[in-house]
Design a protein around this ligand. Sequence first.
Ligand code: SF4
Length: 324
Amino acid sequence: MAEVITARVPIGISACVFRCPVRYNGKAFDALATIGRERQDFSFTPVCPECMAGLGVPRMPIHLSGPGQEVLAGKARVKDRRGHDVTDALVAGSRACLNALERAQVRAMVVKEASPSCGVYKARVGKRRAEQVEGSGVFGAMLLDTGWFLIPDDALANPLLWWDWRRRLHAWLWLSDRQISGASDLYEAWHVVKFIIQETDRPFADHVGRELAALPKGAPQALLDAMREDILHALRKPSNRKRIRQAAWKTYVHAKKKGTLDGVDLHDLTVNSPEVRENLTQVVKELTTLERISFENDLLFGTSPVLRRDGRRVAAHEREKGDT
Ligand code: SF4
């Protein structure tokens, strides 16, 4: 049976990809344009560390002399095009954003990659374009320290990429909140999320399976927490189209063979085998329909084991079950 999250998920977002015109040149992007009604599943808190630094709009672009981690350690600086040092202001602005996100109880964030402030892995570090390397921005380095679930803005650029990030985010939130006070709790939680990890990192999934099998009954809490952290870390790893298609197909065929889909309304669903070429919209349609079927029929669709549903829909579903 699928696990269900009903709360609206609080999520941070770089303000400039949330249609706020706060970029250095006064422009903005709309990273959420592709996700449609799913916006309603989230409560967004947009933040802009450069605005909170007091740099204003428009402003001169800034550059880092070293990655964000070095800036925070006092070993690198941030300057604007005229050479004005804005390091202290940007660190203060980033801290202010982090505080606001914590007040909003955020544990996940959509970041504008490539920015010297918000970028997490692909911020351009160095003054001259030809000499720049990729690293973390100043705010990005702070975000990495939080252990939150970080989503690059380009993950929202196509529907399948977003589907993958969204299902892993939900599984990550579910596992983060799960009470794990004994080996059996961890084992049960693993049984829910393991299909995603088998899909994205098979050797790690096998390793966890062996470790769990060897866990003594009275395993110390520190060991359980460390194992949960490792699994949470693995849930951050993106999949790819081929693996997603294969996993969805395997689940579908398995369910049909076992007859678990017998008598279930398939909503005219056709799931094509992975060899069949389909456009992304069609693939996502198959996946979201499988999710819907799993929710409505209390099945576990291992490819997407944790679903977010509105509390009223869950209550209506429970009532329907009670009536039958
Ligand atoms: S600091 Fe972040 S939110 Fe502000 S404009 Fe730059 S990338 Fe966007």
